[in-house]
Design a protein around this ligand. Structure first.
Ligand SMILES: Cc1cc2nc3c(=O)[nH]c(=O)nc-3n(C[C@H](O)[C@H](O)[C@H](O)COP(=O)(O)OP(=O)(O)OC[C@H]3O[C@@H](n4cnc5c(N)ncnc54)[C@H](O)[C@@H]3O)c2cc1C
Length: 397
């Protein structure tokens, strides 16, 4: 049996494995192995909600044993150390694997621009551990502030000022939900509601620079009403513990900082393939590496041009998942002697939460705000979970 090795069980990798098994109804000839360093699938799009205590850890982690149960897919929990595409080999903490076809779906990692002190003094917001560590640190700040032996709190005290660098999707969503989290913590510690502040710093001239300006402006106004101090054109030049220095001489002081200002393809991907400056691997219209046609790359690891718009496909879970489905269907078509079709990216829309209970959801001509926007966002989360968790068991697809 030819070997299909899938590296990474995130949105893209899991979608390939589940879909190939489903469309072929278990009859595929591929001997499928999925490798991930975790034994659970992480719902990464909700990681910042764990950081802001909106949802518990269990809501974002689903064991692979459950997701792959009853399918002809081997799962190996291991860390990928090196990909050697010239020899069709992958070196992992559980030994070396060879393959006939390889799917690289290893996602991305936090990118730190060369800002002195940033890496050392800011919490990343990418992985589950990042979220847990950040949440613990915020709780600790409130615990210390409520200590009767500490000097009394001033309104908007620096000890309870939380700085978020990067006003993209992650930073903006985290900022809104942090206000609700801090409000809960203040109430629990019997501290006044005006003792804390959340500051969001964005270097561009509007939030959500990857989206249309009007949406960035909308989210900025909503976050401000929610109590977030939003600063755009705020270029961070240096970070020290508790202090962020901005271009132009402004200084922001706070207790802890989170960096949500950028990502890059993971180090193991970058060291194994020729890549672009952001670490991504350029692929052709069939998601094949341009260097090694037996290697497919998808999700955050890939740089994919949308031929219709000329733009690069954004790094989001919805694209990664659909790329996984596309690839699985193409592999099954190929097995049956059918012609491969090129990948055509499309988006169902975007949803940006503003605090725990509101969101801006845009889908084609539909634009929902406030509570209906949040309900629509929650439905999209539930829909994904249904698709990977229950649909395969109930409908056997
Ligand atoms: C806080 C946050 C909020 C987001 N919100 C949204 C949103 O609202 N909507 C949206 O569409 N997108 C959102 N995104 C982006 C989205 O999560 C990513 O684009 C998506 O996860 C990419 O999917 P992927 O399959 O490429 O990688 P991932 O889902 O990251 O999966 C990669 C997998 O590879 C594994 N892995 C990585 N390195 C190794 C290694 N060396 N060895 C073994 N295993 C390894 C990981 O454990 C992981 O399971 C958000 C991201 C973050 C961080």
């Amino acid at each position: 049996m030819p070997k299909l090795l899938i590296l990474g069980g995130g949105y893209g990798g899991l979608a390939v494995a589940q879909r190939l098994d489903a469309v072929s109804r278990g009859r595929t000839n591929w001997d499928i192995t999925l490798v991930d360093r975790r034994d659970f699938h992480l719902l990464q799009v909700r990681v910042h909600e764990v950081a802001a205590n909106t949802i518990p850890v269990e809501k974002v982690s689903i064991p692979f044993s459950e997701l792959l149960d009853g399918r002809k897919i081997k799962f190996v929990q291991a860390t990928i150390n090196k990909i050697v595409p010239g020899e069709k080999k992958v070196e992992t903490s559980a030994g070396t694997f060879d393959y006939d076809r390889l799917v690289v779906a290893l996602g991305s990692e936090t990118r730190y621009p060369p800002i002195p002190g940033l890496r050392e003094n800011a919490y990343p917001m990418k992985d589950l551990d990042d979220a847990i560590n950040f949440r613990k640190a915020v709780i600790e700040c409130f615990r210390a502030a409520a200590d009767p032996d500490e000097p009394p709190l001033k309104p908007v005290d620096e000890r309870l000022t939380f700085i978020i660098g990067g006003g993209g999707l992650t930073g903006s969503e985290l900022a809104g939900e942090m206000v609700d989290f801090c409000s809960d913590l203040a109430e629990r510690a019997k501290l006044p509601q005006n003792c804390f502040r959340v500051v969001l710093l964005e270097g561009a001239d509007h939030l959500l620079p990857a989206l249309d300006r009007q949406y960035g402006e909308y989210v900025r106004n909503e976050l401000r009403q929610h109590g977030v101090l939003v600063a755009t054109n705020a270029m961070i030049e240096k970070v020290e513990k508790g202090t962020v220095y901005l271009r132009g001489g402004k200084v922001v002081r706070g207790s802890i900082m989170c960096w949500a200002g950028g990502i890059q393809a993971s180090a193991v991907v970058q060291s194994s393939f020729e890549h672009l400056s952001d670490g991504r691997i350029p692929v052709d219209e069939y998601l094949r590496s341009k260097e090694y046609p037996e290697v497919y790359v998808l999700g955050d690891a890939a740089s994919i041009k949308d031929k219709r718009t000329g733009h690069t496909v954004p790094w989001t879970a919805q694209y990664a998942e659909r790329q996984g489905h596309y690839l699985a269907e193409n592999l099954w078509d190929e097995e049956r002697g059918l012609k491969s079709r090129p990948y055509l990216p499309f988006s169902l829309g975007t949803a940006i939460s503003i605090g725990r209970n509101e969101a801006l959801t845009i889908s084609g001509p539909l634009k929902l705000t406030g509570v209906p926007g949040r309900l629509a966002k929650n439905i999209s989360y539930d829909n994904y979970e249904w698709n990977i968790r229950y649909k395969p068991r109930i409908l056997k697809v």
